[in-house]
Design a protein around this ligand. Structure first.
Ligand code: UP6
Length: 257
């Protein structure tokens, strides 16, 4: 079985965002996404600026920021341009099409105006993708389907996972990949992004389960490692980010050995 490089994968992408992401991964030699789960605008901006050089994706949970403002979005967007990373709002939409459309485009966060990528649960059925697409597709945004989760006891497995993959593959004009714990699609354009990653395997006190970059990228053939507390709670986040970047990229290179 031939493993494709990021350059070869980028060439297979029809969606501009997945093409751009694979290109960034090659250019910056990183498959690291930072999950910037901090609670103030100042911390988020500081993280994005200091960790920006080491990542391909900055993942946000905008609704845990205590002092959200339009200024934060403006600063985040300029940092994305400065450091060349993609912004992924981890909103995990999970409602009917008509509701997610409003949650995505409206409210106080206006997610569709600044997030390149969002994600959605498959549980409502394909209407959720239709609703999100009505807002996002015209802006060249993209979506990831949550096909699996990292947490203990997750119900997203077996048939649910398989059906989520089918739903994604039926909407390739808007869905560019998955949140998952292993490679799920043989389509080289489909991105696999995996949360629950730390340098040592383990658990937290609330059901999170961690795998190593090597397990995720080399053994399970996912594409992007999503790291939160492994970096943000480290004594030296910048140093930790470098370590995850290196571990993730070495694990990618090991695919070709
Ligand atoms: N996340 C998971 N597991 C999933 C989906 N998403 O952990 O299946 C998200 C969490 C958090 C990040 O919402 O933002 O990924 C993981 O953070 P951590 O590395 O600090 O555990």
């Amino acid at each position: 079985k031939k493993v494709l490089t990021y350059v070869e994968r980028a060439a297979q992408c029809t969606h501009p965002l997945s093409k751009r992401l694979f290109s960034i991964m090659q250019e910056k030699r990183t498959n690291l996404a930072l999950s910037a789960d901090v609670n103030t605008a100042a911390e988020l901006i500081q993280m994005a600026d200091s960790i920006g050089p080491y990542i391909c994706v900055l993942k946000t949970h905008i609704d845990i920021i205590e002092d959200f403002s339009a200024d934060l979005i403006q600063k985040l967007s300029s940092l994305a341009a400065k450091h060349n990373f993609i912004i992924f709002e981890d909103r995990k939409f999970a409602d009917i099409g008509n509701t997610v459309k409003q949650q995505y485009g409206g409210g106080m966060y206006r997610i569709s105006e600044w997030a390149d990528i969002i994600n959605a649960h498959a549980v409502p059925g394909p209407g959720i993708i239709q609703g999100l697409k009505e807002v996002g597709a015209t802006k060249n945004r993209a979506c990831l389907m949550l096909a699996q989760m990292s947490s203990k006891g997750t119900l997203a497995k077996d048939t649910y996972t398989a059906e989520s993959v089918k739903m994604a593959e039926g909407n390739k004009d808007f869905v560019i990949g998955f949140i998952c714990t292993e490679k799920l699609s043989s389509d080289p354009a489909m991105l696999h992004m995996t949360p629950g990653v730390q340098l040592s395997a383990g658990v937290d006190g609330l059901g999170q389960q961690y795998l190593t970059p090597q397990e995720v990228i080399t053994n399970r053939e996912s594409d992007v490692i999503i790291v939160g507390r492994g970096i943000t709670q480290s004594a030296n986040p910048m140093q930790a980010a470098k370590e995850y970047q290196e571990a993730g990229f070495l694990a990618y290179q090991a695919l070709f050995n």
